[in-house]
Write a protein that binds this ligand. Structure first.
Ligand SMILES: Nc1ncnc2c1ncn2[C@@H]1O[C@H](COP(=O)(O)OP(=O)(O)OP(=O)(O)O)[C@@H](O)[C@H]1O
Ligand SMILES: [Mg+2]
Length: 266
């Protein structure tokens, strides 16, 4: 398997509090690595560390993030700016807040292309056309503002932006949590289909094992900053070793079943 990025022994603190504890995660070409855990378990911070975007107060105690032989945590800001958005791009949870409300969505995608690629006008138009077709949006959609689009359409725009420079790695932080279930499934299917055609690696963050089930190849279960269980999806889903993993799997809503909740601790 072609390993694209490796987070090695990463440990991050805020003051005395350890929020990422000796985390090891790798991203592979053509595969989806899912990071699953409940709120506050350290998923987003792990993703941000991959792009060297940790908040200033975060203290990196240990570890490295290896991408093309370089440690993302050590390279210069100039170097990292060339990588972010181009080689590694990220799609966030809330498409509405991530998009600029006063700019037509086509122009927002265009901006990504202009920033990272020295691209001629006719090539630019061609690439925009192509991107709209990849995410299955009509080109007319591009001339609208974010508030004129549904959540699912906004998320397609975000995905087009993230894919605009043909990244090696796509990081998706709860990309469909804000969407209705049928729209979620549409977007997830679309992402997998695009991945099959392009072979990039995905780091996929979610708290929802039903999404893991749809999306993942490899799974890391995270609890309080620690990866408590890792493995291929089939193995983790069919024979979870850790009690916490079993709890998360029990939270998968089943048809005709009342949605089970996390057991409340005393
Ligand atoms: N800037 C910060 N300052 C202090 N603590 C922080 C900061 N950012 C995150 N944390 C803490 O780090 C822990 C992990 O946060 P993180 O955002 O990675 O969780 P998460 O798994 O993404 O949760 P969610 O599912 O709610 O998005 C949490 O306990 C959070 O309170
Ligand atoms: Mg998060």
């Amino acid at each position: 398997m072609d390993k694209l990025l490796e987070i090695k022994d990463l440990t991050v603190n805020f003051g005395e509090k350890c929020v990422i504890d000796n985390v090891n995660v790798s991203i592979f070409a053509g595969r989806v690595t899912a990071l699953v855990g409940e709120s506050g378990s350290g998923k987003t911070l792990t993703a941000l560390a991959s792009l060297n975007l940790l908040p200033e107060a975060a203290l990196i105690k240990k570890g490295e993030v290896l991408f093309r032989g370089q440690d993302m945590l050590k390279i210069s800001e100039t170097e990292i700016r060339k990588i972010r958005g181009k080689d590694i791009s990220m799609v966030f949870q809330e498409p509405f807040t991530a998009l600029n409300p006063v700019m037509r969505v086509r122009d927002q995608i265009k901006e990504m292309l202009v920033i990272h690629k020295n691209i001629k006008k006719d090539e630019l138009d061609l690439r925009l056309k192509e991107l709209f077709s990849i995410v299955k949006l009509s080109e007319d959609t591009g001339f609208r503002y974010p508030h004129e689009l549904s959540g699912g359409m906004c998320q397609r725009v975000m995905i087009a932006m993230a894919l605009s420079c043909n990244p090696d790695i796509l990081i998706m932080d709860e990309p469909t949590t804000a969407l209705d279930v049928p729209v979620q499934k549409e977007i997830l299917d679309l992402v997998r289909q695009i991945q099959e055609e392009n072979n990039f690696g995905i780091l996929f963050i979610t708290h929802d094992f039903s999404v893991v089930n749809l999306m993942a190849d490899d799974v890391h279960v995270m609890k309080e900053g620690i990866i408590v269980e890792s493995g291929e999806k089939q193995d983790v889903l069919s024979a979870p070793k850790h009690e916490y993993t079993r709890h998360l799997i029990d939270c998968i809503p089943r048809l005709g079943d009342e949605r089970k909740r996390f057991p409340i601790q005393d």
